[in-house]
Design a protein around this ligand. Structure first.
Ligand SMILES: *Cc1c(COP(=O)(O)O)cnc(C)c1O
Length: 378
């Protein structure tokens, strides 16, 4: 029997090579050219007013916190409420800026629970970092309303949400800043890259300087400029090397063309899982929030004795994943251990079943049948 992996990226190879060839022929592989084209295409696709292409979502999360901290004059030790059920990047971004992650608990969608956020707000809270797990929005509109009411910034880690629709439009405009990941196994695959989308034009403009070492004119703009002293530039402050490049943007432009089609197939796979698993009470499924058409980055279930179930699946050459371990079980967040019971429960039970574009209905049947047999036997 063939082995079935959790994620396998699909690239439209000939189209990607044609886009990359344009970069190589032009002799322009860096910032500018395809990165500009991809930013325009992403704004068109999402309807978001601003988009800046980066080398990763991790860089974007850091930049989001950095720019809001500068803008709001946040002080070291000020607090950001975040989720313990996420990839490490989300909360590292808070620590890079010497701010304090405060963990709230998740609800049944595995996204942050607005009630739990409200309980954690103090005089030092400055922002909420919200992760749309697996493409799900959870109660994002309630959280956006809560942030507005309490004068908190909302940072959306939309790494799983390329293509997610919420109340009929692409997700992202609910937040002060939304960050998307185009890492290879995400819904819009490149190799490594991401997009940061600010609501505020001023922050978007400022961020463009920060992502290229604080330099106030990029080389591409300077090359295109006529009649000015294009070799002159100024540096107003330090910055990072966080911008994306044209090779990644070239691949992104192709992947974007197929995103809706690919996500539709992901939803079909999830519907197959739902149908095949619905009658097994020992397999708990994670609901998609009302109003959300999820990009379906993940298909997650919860089972008892998860580690044994995972090993038994591996014996059948099925290799699922876990998204994620409760971050408060990591040594660095030991201070928060025991404060997030729903997350802790999920963390012990979650399995992400294989979900990628090469899976067939037969594969999904095999996975569902094998999982059902295992949970019945254990
Ligand atoms: C993948 C991921 C990131 C980081 O994305 P990169 O583009 O790899 O830096 C951040 N947050 C979440 C929830 C992710 O899944």
């Amino acid at each position: 029997m063939d082995s079935i992996q959790l994620f396998v990226p699909t690239f439209r190879i000939e189209e990607c090579l044609a886009e990359i060839r344009e970069c190589l022929e032009k002799g322009w592989t860096g910032l500018g050219f395809k990165t500009v084209e991809f930013e325009e295409a992403w704004k068109n696709y999402t309807g978001l007013p601003h988009a800046h292409f980066l080398n990763s979502a991790t860089a974007g999360l850091h930049l989001a916190v950095r720019m809001l901290r500068e803008d709001g004059n946040w002080q070291p030790g000020d607090e950001i409420i975040s989720t313990p059920l996420t990839f490490v990047s989300t909360n590292h971004a808070i620590l890079y800026e010497e701010l304090q992650p405060v963990f709230a608990d998740v609800d049944e969608t595995l996204c942050l629970d607005p009630g739990s956020i409200a309980e954690r707000i103090t005089a030092r809270t400055r922002a909420v970092v919200y992760v749309g797990i697996g493409g799900n929005t959870g109660r994002l509109d309630e959280i956006a309303a809560l942030c507005r009411a309490r004068n908190l910034k909302l940072i959306l880690d939309a790494s799983h949400m390329s293509g997610t629709r919420y109340h009929g439009k692409h997700v992202g405009s609910e937040a002060d800043v939304a960050i998307f990941s185009f890492q290879a196994v995400k819904n819009l695959p490149t190799a490594d890259s991401g997009m940061i989308c600010y609501a505020d034009a001023r922050l978007d403009a400022e961020a463009r300087k920060w992502t290229w070492l604080g330099i106030n004119k990029d080389t591409y703009t300077r090359t295109a400029a006529q009649g000015t002293y294009k070799w002159h530039y100024d540096v107003e402050h330090e910055g990072f090397k966080y911008h994306g490049n044209s090779i990644m943007a070239a691949i992104g432009l192709v992947s974007l063309k197929y995103l809706d089609q690919d996500n539709a197939y992901r939803r079909e796979i999830c519907n197959w899982y739902d149908e095949l698993l619905t009658r097994e009470p020992r397999i708990e499924r994670v609901p998609v929030a009302p109003g959300c058409v999820s990009a379906r980055h993940l298909y997650q279930v919860m089972v008892e004795r998860r580690d044994e179930v995972m090993l038994a699946l591996n014996d059948s050459k099925i290799y699922p994943g876990v998204h994620y371990r409760d971050n408060t079980t990591y040594r660095m967040y030991v201070y928060a251990r025991g404060t997030v019971p729903h997350t802790a429960r999920a963390s012990d039970r979650l399995i992400s079943l294989p979900l990628h574009l090469r899976l067939t209905h037969t594969d999904v049947q095999r996975i569902a049948r094998t999982l059902t047999e295992i949970v019945a036997r254990l």
